[in-house]
Every structure is written in C-alpha cells, then in structure tokens.
Design a protein around this ligand. Structure first.
Ligand SMILES: [Zn+2]
Length: 205
C-alpha cells in the first residue's frame, strides 16, 4: 500500500480484515497534519506530527501491517510483493509505482479522488498506462488538501479498490484488468468503461 492517507488508510483497514493471511506493507513518508483529521478517523489530535504509516499500523493493531516511513521515489527499495495498491495523491509516486510494476510484471491498482469524483483502475503490466489514461503530460495539479475532497468519495474509492483486490487475490483470472471505474458522489453514480487491450505505445526505461 503506497500512501496512508484518506484512501490508503481505509484500504489497509479493509485488507487486514478481509485477507487474514496477507502481509501488508504501508509506505508513507508524510506526517499527520491537522487537515488530515476530518477524513481519516484512524488519526487523532495526539498523532499530529507523527508518521502516518506508523500511526495507521498502531491504530489497526495488526502484526501483519509493516509501516515504512519513506517516500516512493526512484531511490525506494521495493520489497517482494504480489500487488501494489495506490493510495497516494501525487503523480510522481504513481509513475514510480508504474515503472516498478512494468519491470516486475505485477499489476497495480490506481486510485484517485478529488472533490466529488473518484477513479479506480487496474493497471496491467502489458495494458494501458497512466499516460494512455490521463495524457502524457501528467502534472501535479491540485492535491486533495488544496482542491478539497469529500470523505465519502475517498471511502467509496477505497471500497471499490478493495473489492477489486479481493477478487484478484482469490482468482487472478477473474479480474478485469482493463477497466476504469468512475465514481461521482453528488449523484451517487458508479460506472465503468473498458480500456483498450493492446500494448500501450509509451515506453518506460
Ligand atoms: Zn501508455
């Protein structure tokens, strides 16, 4: 789990209870800030200034959660994993995840939320990449604390990602690896679109 924020925290909580055998590494270099508290019930005032990954692991009280207080960047030493789940709010980390996933041939689950909208997508090693989905000039844009994000949307995104991850872990062949799920909180809509199955034209070194 990359990110112990408003999406990563509920995802990690869901994984711990849904997958009794799983070992979950939670990576987040950030510290708990006051602005995190409304969307993240695992953090409280006494945690301000402490590493999010560690606070989350303590709050969930599971020996199967391993916090790593680090950033996922080019220097990150990846552990052996079966699946990477994105709970970040920045494109640089997602591009690093994508590069790792493409090199190792493991799938990863993209998750994102801003304002009332959320997205979840399986990113298959051979399938469409972030540039295929969002254009080749990914910019940081507004992060969630700047643009604002509705807590119910982050929980819905985490719930959708958890359901997809469970389905994949039980039977990898059943996973729809070429599908983007879109959530819209104002009207309460969830829908999905199929993604092209051919190899993407972008090359990652
Ligand atoms: Zn691509």
């Amino acid at each position: 789990m990359v990110g112990a924020g408003a999406i990563g925290s509920p995802l990690a909580a869901g994984l711990v209870s849904a997958l009794p055998e799983a070992e979950i590494i939670v990576v987040d270099g950030d510290l708990v800030e006051r602005s995190n508290l409304p969307r993240q019930p695992w953090f409280s005032l006494k945690d301000l200034g402490r590493p999010k990954a560690r606070v989350l692991a303590e709050a969930l009280g599971s020996k199967r959660i391993y916090p790593r207080v680090e950033r996922v960047d080019e220097a990150f030493a990846w552990p052996r994993v079966d699946l990477v789940m994105d709970g970040t709010d920045n494109w640089a980390a997602r591009l690093t995840i994508q590069k790792f996933a493409r090199h190792t041939g493991i799938p990863w689950l993209f998750s994102g939320a801003v304002r009332w909208e959320g997205q979840v997508a399986w990113m298959a090693p051979e399938g469409p990449c972030l540039a295929c989905l969002f254009g080749s000039e990914l910019t940081e844009g507004l992060r969630c604390f700047e643009a604002g994000v509705v807590g119910m949307v982050t929980l819905a995104v985490a719930g959708q990602a958890l359901a997809l991850a469970q389905k994949w872990l039980i039977d990898p062949k059943s996973a729809e690896l070429h599908r983007l799920y879109l959530l819209e909180g104002r009207q309460g809509r969830i829908w999905s679109v199929g993604l092209p199955q051919g190899r993407c034209p972008h090359i990652y070194g």
